[in-house]
Unconditional design. Structure first.
Length: 252
């Protein structure tokens, strides 16, 4: 899209967005967003205008089509040493784990500043760790594997850089992964309520240490995919027997 003939927003337009956003229709707001793309990061007022319109489009109108553009602007601003926290918060408000791929693509960047920001935004993924020497391709593939396996069990926390220097925007619900029951990304609750039996299994599971939870949830999901009948036999064992079998890495 050519931005040469777009007029940057005025202070009055920004104030209007703040005070009267409920009256703005989606087409008008989308037009304002395109206006705000003029010279991103070159004017403080323009940045604020863009951040507000992006947040309204995502929160009020559930518009995910702007997410690729938002990610590009976030990384552009970061390279220039400009403010990114509001736009990052707006991006995560989409509450869409699939959108994390847009960030992961920057793990391929030749610019170490991009790679560090991508790692920071994906820090909730255990395999994304810049303190360990890893090449870009391995970082990217680690994330791909993680998302493919865990996406049904991720839920959005709402944490942002406005509240903490190390936010965890998504958390993995290990008990749901253990039971192979997808959850709502909005609430963290199972899409279909647990049965009484599953509630008992969940209670026993949640009493375990984190290490044992990881072993059981990883083993359970893999077994569930490989052979549902044998998985059902395994999960009907006592929790201690489940752990012993999982430790051996065997299919029951």
């Amino acid at each position: 899209m050519s931005l040469e003939n777009i007029t940057p927003p005025s202070l009055s337009e920004i104030q209007y967005l703040r005070s009267s956003n409920s009256e703005i229709t989606y087409p008008v707001l989308k037009g304002m967003f395109k206006t705000g793309l003029m010279g991103p990061g070159l004017r403080n007022d323009n940045d604020e205008f863009l951040d507000i319109t992006a947040l309204l489009l995502i929160k009020t109108h559930k518009d995910k089509t702007i997410l690729p553009t938002l990610v590009d602007i976030i990384f552009f601003r970061n390279r220039e040493g400009l403010f990114t926290h509001d736009l990052i918060w707006a991006f995560f408000q989409a509450r869409d784990p699939n959108s994390l791929m847009l960030i992961a693509n920057y793990l391929h960047s030749d610019n170490i500043i991009d790679v560090k920001l991508a790692c920071k935004l994906l820090d909730f993924v255990p395999s994304i760790d810049m303190t360990i020497e890893k090449d870009n391709k391995k970082l990217y593939m680690n994330f791909i594997y993680y998302l493919k396996e865990n996406k049904p069990f991720l839920y959005y926390t709402g944490e942002s850089f406005q509240r903490t220097s190390n936010p965890m925007p998504y958390i993995l619900a290990l008990d749901s992964k253990y039971l192979c029951r997808p959850i709502s990304v909005y609430t963290g609750k199972p899409l279909i309520p647990y049965t009484d039996k599953e509630n008992r299994l969940s209670d026993d599971f949640n009493k375990l240490s984190v290490d044992k939870k990881l072993i059981l949830s990883n083993y359970s999901l893999r077994s569930h995919y490989e052979n549902l009948y044998l998985w059902d036999l395994w999960i009907n064992n006592s929790i201690l027997d489940q752990i012993n079998i999982a430790h051996k890495g065997l299919i029951y």
